[in-house]
Design a protein around this ligand. Structure first.
Ligand code: FES
Ligand code: FES
Length: 291
């Protein structure tokens, strides 16, 4: 019966050292011709004994680790299904799919028969279904005012409302304020006062400014009115700025926008502050270039 590695290792170090076999014999077994390979290590026998002791220590440590970890691994395998059962998967709510349905919108006096899913916003319905791309999508979350349109004369952010809620309403977009050949007074003033740079916010600014003058004419106060129960005596620049505060212009054309609105208010004979002058040179008022 051949010696097991453990039995071999239990031999006294001196015996193992005095054996004719090298301590590294396991690493250099006899080849098929029966001739043992010469030991590569010519270490003295006292050091060979120390190597054998170190190897026995490593072997026993590995065996001990295997014995210790085996029951733990078995226990972990048994515990896994219990944990999976104890924590049930969360129920996933999947709403039933709702298809498109016929929606009738009246925009700029014209009727549009559209097929819309209930989740479509008024802004998307105008731009993507009715083809009215004048209203712009700046933020799609009610922060910039680029999507402002008029619904029954009042300004709203069309990105924050659903199209199906506006069947029967009179919707006005920037395309409905005027035409290229006959722009509205507000549109003329914006051109005259150069009240834009890139123009992305301009459709919303025009709709908002148009409604702001109507609100002032109807007697609405604003957050800066001295007495919120009554309309202020005049439409000052502070009033204009407050009433237009929902429309952001990233180009910073605010001074010219206020000038255009003030000019339109004066043309409509609304009271404005006479001390505030239209000091902004308008594009149309500039002297033609001599070059
Ligand atoms: S896109 Fe509607 S508020 Fe900005
Ligand atoms: S003109 Fe560019 S954002 Fe207003």
């Amino acid at each position: 019966m051949s010696d097991s590695p453990l039995l071999k290792d239990r031999r006294p170090a001196a015996t193992a050292a005095s054996s004719t076999a090298s301590p590294c014999a396991d690493a250099h077994p006899a080849d098929s011709s029966g001739v043992s390979s010469p030991p590569l290590d010519s270490t003295p026998s006292s050091q060979q004994g120390a190597h054998a002791g170190r190897r026995r220590f490593l072997q026993s440590a590995v065996a001990g680790a295997a014995l210790t970890s085996a029951p733990l691994a078995a226990r972990a395998q048994q515990a896994a299904p219990v944990t999976a059962e104890a924590v049930p998967a969360p129920a996933v709510f999947s709403p039933p799919a709702v298809g498109a349905r016929p929606v009738q919108l009246t925009v700029n006096g014209r009727r549009y028969d559209l097929q819309l899913e209930p989740r479509v916003t008024l802004l998307d319905a105008l731009r993507d279904y009715a083809g009215l791309i004048g209203s712009k999508k700046g933020c799609d979350r009610g922060q910039c005012g680029a999507c402002t349109v008029l619904v029954n004369g009042r300004r709203i952010n069309s990105c924050l409302t659903l199209a199906v809620m506006h069947e029967g309403d009179a919707i006005t977009t920037v395309e409905g304020l005027g035409s290229q050949s006959a722009p509205s007074t507000m549109q003329r003033s914006f051109i005259e006062y150069d009240a834009f740079q890139c123009g992305f916010c301009t459709p919303g600014q025009l709709c908002s400014a148009t409604a702001a003058l109507t609100e002032f004419r109807n007697g609405d106060a604003s957050a800066v009115s001295a007495d919120p129960r009554t309309r202020p005596a005049s439409l000052t620049d502070v009033e204009i700025r407050e009433r237009m505060s929902g429309n952001i212009c990233r180009c910073g054309a605010y001074q010219n926008i206020v000038g255009a609105i003030r000019s339109t208010a004066r043309a409509a004979r609304l009271p404005t502050d006479p001390t505030e002058q239209a000091v902004v040179p308008g594009f149309a008022k500039r002297a033609p270039s001599k070059t």
